[in-house]
Design a protein around this ligand. Structure first.
Ligand code: FRU
Length: 493
C-alpha cells in the first residue's frame, strides 16, 4: 500500500471518529472525514452493497480525489471501510476520478476509475489527461493493476478530448462479456458517451458511440448509467453548464434521464424523451444498483457544483448522498420512491384527516422534528386556494418550505430562510401535475436535507439545508382554503 493511501486511512480514522453521529445526517451517507462528491462503484459484492465515493479526506473542499468506501445491507445504515484508492501513481497523481465496479466470477472485486495526470499543451496551458484504470480488491483493500492505464486517448474515436474522458460505468452483458460506458468531450459539441467491450475485464476496445450531445443538454456530460427497466431503457447522465428550459432544466449542472429503445443486437440506443432526474437544488451524478430482489435503486450526490465550495469556515464533513430511490417507468416517466427499507425506521406515527387550513398557518400535534417521513394530500376547499405551503426546520428565525401555486401548477422549494449566509441558489421551481389543486407529496427530512416526492414519485425535489437542528417546527400554510390529509412519522436510524 502506498504512503499516500496509508496516510489517508490514518487521517480519516483519526478525524472521522471525532464527528459525533448527531452532527451527521441520520440515514444519508456522508463523507467519513472532509469532502465527498459522486457515488462511485455502486454495486453488490460479497453479499453487501458497496458504495465508493469521490473523496478528499483532508479538507471540507474538493481536492485531489481519493475513493472513500462504505458498505451497507439496507442502503440506509452504512459502515465505513478504509479509503480504497489514493492518487499515488504517475497516471493518477492529480486524482482518482469517478468510475464503476464489478464482482468478477473469480471472486475479486474490480474497480475501473479515471486517473488524472497533467500535461502542458502546445498553447502552453496546463491540461488534464484522463485515462481509465483498474484496481482489484477483496472488499477492503484494492491493488492497482500493473497494466494501467487500460484505456487512453489512443482508444478515442476522432474528435475526442483527452482532457475529458472519464467516469466509466461497468456492467456484464448477457453473454458474459463486459461493457464500459465512458463519457468524452467531443470538441465543440459537448459530451458524448462511448461504449467499450472486454472479454476478460482487462483488455478493452472501443465499440461505438452510444449518444452525442451536440450541445443540446448542457455542454460536457458526466457520470453515465444505462439499464433496462420496465420494458424500456434508461440512460442517466449529468450535464455541465446547462441553460434553463422552461422549468424542466435549470442553469448550471443537472442530471437528466432519457428513455428509449435499445437494440440488443447492434447495441444502439434511440432516445425517445428526456427529463430532469431531480427538480430541486442538490442532486448530481447518480449511480444505480440492481438489488437481489430485482429493484433498480438510484443514489445521487446531494449537492450542487455551483454552491458546494463556498463554505468559508472548515467543517468536519461536507457532502452527502441522496436517499436510495426505487425506480420504475410509468407513462413515459421515471418514477422514484424512497427505498421501502426506510419504512422500518418509522416511529410514533400520527395521522390526520380533513385538516382545514384557511388563510393562515397551523401546526399539528406530533408533527415536528428533523428526521421525519411526512405524507401529505392537499385538496382545495370550495373557494380554492392561491398558495399552499408546508414549512419545516422552522422556528422564530428559520424555515424551509415547499409551496404550491395551483393556478400556475408550480411547486417551489425555498431554503432562503434556512440560515444560509451565502448568495447561493435558495429556490427551485418545477411544473407539476395536479387535479384542480389536488396534489400528493411525501417529504423526507434528515438533519441536513429535504427530499420531496411529488405524486408518488413522478417528480422529486431535493435540497440540503444547514439550519440549526433546534429548529424542528413543521407547519401548514394556505392562502385561500385547503383540506389536508397528513400522516407523519419520526424516523429513527
Ligand atoms: C462529476 C465529476 C466527475 C469527475 C468527478 C471529479 O461530479 O466532475 O465527472 O469524475 O466529479 O471529482
Amino acid at each position: 500500500m502506498s504512503q499516500t493511501l496509508r496516510e489517508a486511512r490514518k487521517y480519516e480514522d483519526e478525524h472521522g471518529r471525532l464527528i459525533p453521529p448527531e452532527a451527521r445526517p441520520g440515514f444519508h451517507l456522508s463523507a467519513r472525514a472532509g469532502w465527498m462528491n459522486d457515488p462511485n462503484g455502486f454495486g453488490l459484492f460479497d453479499g453487501e452493497y458497496h458504495m465508493f465515493y469521490q473523496y478528499y479526506p483532508y479538507d471540507s473542499h474538493w481536492g485531489p480525489m481519493h475513493w472513500g468506501h462504505a458498505v451497507s445491507r439496507d442502503l440506509l445504515h452504512w459502515e465505513y471501510r478504509p479509503a480504497a484508492l489514493a492518487p499515488d501513481m504517475p497516471y493518477d497523481y492529480a486524482g482518482c476520478f469517478s468510475g464503476g465496479a464489478l464482482a468478477l466470477p473469480d471472486g475479486r472485486h474490480l474497480l475501473m476509475y479515471t486517473g488524472v495526470s497533467r500535461e502542458i499543451g502546445a498553447d502552453g496551458e496546463l491540461r488534464d489527461v484522463q485515462t481509465q484504470n483498474l484496481a482489484f480488491g477483496d472488499g477492503f483493500d484494492y491493488r492497482k493493476y500493473e497494466g494501467n492505464p487500460v484505456l487512453t486517448a489512443a482508444d478515442l474515436p476522432a474528435g475526442g478530448s483527452r482532457a475529458h474522458f472519464r467516469d466509466p460505468r461497468l456492467w456484464q452483458a448477457e453473454d458474459g462479456s463486459y461493457r464500459a460506458l465512458i463519457t468524452n468531450e467531443q470538441l465543440g459539441e459537448g459530451g458524448r458517451l462511448l461504449l467499450y467491450r472486454s472479454e476478460d475485464a482487462l483488455h478493452w476496445r472501443f465499440m461505438h458511440t452510444l449518444i452525442e450531445n451536440h450541445n443540446r443538454l448542457g455542454l460536457m456530460w458526466e457520470c453515465p448509467d444505462f439499464f433496462a427497466l420496465d420494458g424500456t431503457h434508461v440512460l442517466l447522465a449529468s450535464a455541465q453548464d446547462m441553460l434553463p428550459k422552461d422549468f424542466e432544466y435549470h442553469n448550471g449542472n443537472g442530471t437528466f434521464y432519457m428513455l428509449g429503445d435499445y437494440d440488443a443486437q447492434t447495441e444502439r440506443f434511440t432516445p425517445r424523451s428526456d427529463h430532469a432526474a431531480d427538480y430541486g437544488i442538490d442532486f448530481y451524478a447518480p449511480q444505480t444498483v440492481l438489488s437481489p430482489d430485482g429493484r433498480r435503486i438510484m443514489i445521487g450526490w446531494m449537492q450542487n457544483w455551483d454552491t458546494c465550495n463556498l463554505h468559508t469556515t472548515p467543517v468536519p464533513w461536507f457532502g452527502q448522498m441522496s436517499l436510495p430511490r426505487e425506480l420504475s417507468v410509468k407513462n413515459g416517466v421515471l418514477y422514484q420512491r424512497p427505498i421501502r427499507e426506510l419504512e422500518a425506521m418509522r416511529r410514533d406515527g400520527v395521522s390526520y384527516e380533513d385538516v382545514i387550513v384557511e388563510n393562515g398557518e397551523i401546526a399539528l400535534p406530533g408533527v415536528s422534528g428533523r428526521l421525519v417521513d411526512l405524507e401529505l394530500e392537499v385538496e382545495p376547499l370550495g373557494g380554492g386556494y392561491d398558495r399552499f405551503a408546508v414549512r419545516f426546520a422552522q422556528d422564530e428565525r428559520y424555515r424551509t418550505g415547499v409551496s404550491f401555486r395551483p393556478h400556475e401548477s408550480v411547486l417551489k422549494i425555498d431554503r432562503k430562510f434556512s440560515g444560509s449566509r451565502r448568495a447561493i441558489i435558495h429556490q427551485r421551481r418545477a411544473k407539476v401535475r395536479h387535479e384542480n389543486g389536488k396534489l400528493k407529496l411525501r417529504l423526507i427530512l434528515d438533519r441536513f436535507s429535504a427530499e420531496v416526492f411529488v405524486n408518488d414519485g413522478e417528480q422529486v425535489m431535493s435540497a440540503t439545508l444547514y439550519t440549526d437542528p433546534a429548529a424542528e417546527g413543521i407547519s401548514f400554510f394556505a392562502d385561500g382554503g385547503v383540506r389536508l390529509g397528513v400522516t407523519a412519522w419520526r424516523l429513527e436510524p
